[in-house]
Ligand binder design. Structure first.
Ligand code: SF4
Length: 394
């Protein structure tokens, strides 16, 4: 049998769980499913552990503390199964989290989700977070999603993903321009046969850049807020799983930063008077927000296995449909970051930026609903509207 080579993205390779020092443990806030292999292991070797599992409509899951979304085995920030039985008795979900492995050809690529506070910090702070390094997973999950199979497909897929990564990390264009160019390229890929993607992607990015440069030249200054942040904020509230005290405090902090432009019911929200102007004249702050947004894009390309994977893993989507949630979440993050600048326009500190990224990710990254369909229903999937939002949401 051929062995797969494990590669970690640098930010995932540096991860170490901070356990009881964690400010938002992964055992809080969602169902923790128990994979079939682990369930079988409990049946055979540790039947007492079956008492901690309940059978839900979509399969076995860890029993939670009644009336809460907290795993029943969490004690003072530490896992009782881990301490009493050892790591090998954890379900795949717990053993892997926050890492996520996907099979690309003969390689196993390991990234991680920013819904974990420590990963959010690493994404925003380590040098070269998205470089691939050789590192083996200590334990492989029993099921590994494989979006691209066959060794001959590995170079093809890796070159396309690497191009998306490179274009979102460019220092000579803004995060907004990089994302809008990605959106143009996604529509071009949808019109091209998949076999030609690797060959055409360089030309598509050049075309996208030309389109965007021409448009920006004729549009002039794009910083001024014109668009209904209210619509975006409302969508974030409706879509997200904001239930914990922490995330509710976060929403309250956003509400404080925005005011309605006028008394009308449908009036757009704008940043409190003075904040946007202060930000517009603070070049250093703009650089920090820009870097944060670019790192977010990089981490999401990895998490989404973009443009090959999809979040739910079952429904076929066009590449454009896959980029819509990424673009809208980008606007959510931009709004949240801008809501936390001070009156001199200074950006939030690294720790605060990581907290913002993590809370948003925990509320939005693992939703059980069809996110693309939801956003379409809210009118947020139109390409022109998306482009305007990305530049003008503030
Ligand atoms: S959220 Fe991350 S750092 Fe916190 S307990 Fe879970 S894996 Fe560890």
């Amino acid at each position: 049998m051929q062995t797969m080579e494990d590669k970690h993205y640098n930010y995932a390779a540096q991860f170490q769980c901070i356990a009881d020092r964690c400010e938002d443990s992964c055992c809080n806030g969602w169902d923790i499913c128990v994979d079939e292999a682990t369930h079988e292991k409990y049946r055979e070797h540790a039947p007492k552990l079956l008492d901690y599992v309940e059978i839900k409509t979509d399969g076995p899951a860890m029993r939670q503390v009644e009336g809460t979304k907290t795993c029943g085995q969490l004690r003072e920030g530490l896992c009782r199964i881990h301490s009493d039985y050892g790591e090998s008795y954890l379900p795949d979900t717990c053993s892997m989290y926050p890492k996520r492995a996907v099979r690309i050809g003969e390689s196993l690529l390991v990234g991680a989700t920013s819904s974990c506070p420590e990963i959010a910090r690493l994404i925003l702070s380590v040098d070269s977070p998205f470089t691939l390094v050789e590192k083996s997973l200590l334990r492989r999950p029993s099921v590994i999603p494989g979006w691209i199979t066959g060794s001959e497909m590995e170079n093809y897929a890796m070159s396309i993903m690497a191009r998306f990564m490179e274009e979102t990390q460019r220092s000579d264009i803004s995060a907004e321009q990089a994302l809008v160019q990605v959106i143009h390229v996604c529509t071009m890929l949808d019109r091209e046969h998949k076999d030609n993607w690797a060959q055409q992607i360089g030309r598509f990015f050049l075309q996208a850049e030309n389109i965007e440069n021409r448009r920006l030249k004729s549009a002039g200054n794009t910083n001024k807020a014109l668009l209904p942040s209210g619509q975006i904020m409302q969508t974030m509230y409706l879509l997200g799983n904001f239930k914990s005290v922490r995330s509710l405090q976060f929403l309250a902090s956003l509400q404080k930063a925005f005011v309605k432009d006028d008394e009308r019911e449908d009036s757009p929200y704008i940043l409190r008077p003075g904040l946007l102007e202060a930000f517009d004249s603070n070049i250093e702050a703009q650089d920090v927000i820009d870097e944060t947004l670019k790192r977010y894009l990089g981490a999401e390309i990895i998490r989404r296995v973009f443009p090959f994977g999809n979040e739910r893993g079952n429904k076929k989507q066009t590449v454009y449909e896959k980029v819509v949630p990424l673009a809208v979440y980008f606007c959510f993050l931009k709004i949240a970051l801008l809501a936390h600048i001070d009156k001199e326009g200074n950006p939030p500190e690294l720790e605060k930026r990581a907290t913002i990224l993590q809370i948003l990710s925990k509320a939005l990254n693992h939703l059980p609903c069809d996110v693309a369909g939801f956003l379409k229903g809210k009118g947020l999937s139109d390409s022109n509207l998306l482009q305007v939002m990305i530049y003008k949401t503030a």
